[in-house]
Design a protein around this ligand. Structure first.
Ligand SMILES: Nc1ncnc2c1ncn2[C@@H]1O[C@H](COP(=O)(O)OP(=O)(O)OP(=O)(O)O)[C@@H](O)[C@H]1O
Ligand SMILES: [Mg+2]
Length: 242
């Protein structure tokens, strides 16, 4: 069962026409009950997934650039403008966890190197080797294998660094962690593979309400399946319109 049970907007939030209230489901307000250890947000580019994940992470006091509670390092954006309008309901309340956004992973690796220069033991938690000296995918998996033990893991497009094979490995790690009853994942993804994760609750951010969807009905799965079955046909149409 998930520790974080409900994510909702506080009634009476500002009806402004500025970001992030311009995002339809945020402007309208929502209450989202979570029923699975793995929640996956899926939706078009710009539909508000990262904005929501950042606000949840900020509310958990995880640094919005990525990292756990004790990680602090420079990043252009230090807080989420939306966190104050958000309410999280927990049972039990947990404080451990991690927020990872693929785009700022480089900053995080630099931060780990900086700390490790004072504390060599710390690198053991990241595979015993600077994250900068591992490939993008290797360093992601190092983090998943060595650092992720328990807590709430908020991951924005974790697939960005991972080959299809490594996405399978990643899902096995998720499975092991959730089976132990010590971990909950909240993920935003465009990966058709991650969307298939068994038992995940898939929530669409398209439209003005957050809605639970069957992963098989998502555009991501439908298009990937159809495209791979007949890429030539797609390219013929795509290039014919030029
Ligand atoms: N700091 C900001 N100030 C103003 N608008 C923003 C800001 N960050 C994001 N937006 C806008 O808010 C909308 C949602 O952005 P967000 O990054 O949450 O989308 P997303 O669903 O994560 O997209 P993607 O799939 O491309 O990662 C977009 O239209 C974006 O341009
Ligand atoms: Mg995003």
């Amino acid at each position: 069962m998930p520790f974080l049970k409900t994510i909702s907007t506080i009634p009476g939030q500002p009806a402004t026409n500025t970001y992030p209230y311009t995002i339809p489901f945020i402007g309208k307000g929502f209450q989202l009950d979570l029923h699975s250890d793995v929640t996956i947000f899926v939706g078009e580019n710009g539909s508000g997934k990262s904005t929501l994940l950042e606000a949840i992470a900020s509310k958990c006091e995880f640094h919005v650039a990525g990292g756990g509670r004790n990680q602090r390092y420079e990043h252009h954006q230090s807080e989420s403008p939306f966190a104050d309008s958000l309410r999280l309901s927990w049972f039990p309340k947990i404080t451990e966890g991690f927020f990872l956004r693929a785009e700022s992973f480089y900053n995080f690796a630099t931060y780990v190197d900086h700390i490790a220069s004072d504390d060599a033991i710390m690198l053991d938690a990241y595979g015993g080797k600077s994250l900068h000296h591992q490939s993008h995918g290797e360093s992601f998996l190092s983090l998943f294998t060595n650092r992720f033990k328990k807590g709430l893991f908020i991951l924005d497009e974790p697939e960005a660094a991972l080959s299809p094979q490594r996405q399978l490995v990643f899902m096995r790690i998720m499975h092991q962690l959730t089976q132990s009853g010590r971990a909950q994942f909240i993920i935003a993804t465009h990966s058709p593979m991650l969307l298939c994760y068994p038992g995940a609750e898939v929530i669409s951010t398209d439209g003005d309400t957050l809605s639970v969807v069957d992963y098989r009905d998502t555009e991501h799965i439908r298009l990937a399946r159809d495209f791979l079955a007949k890429p030539e046909q797609y390219f013929r149409q795509l290039f014919a319109e030029e």
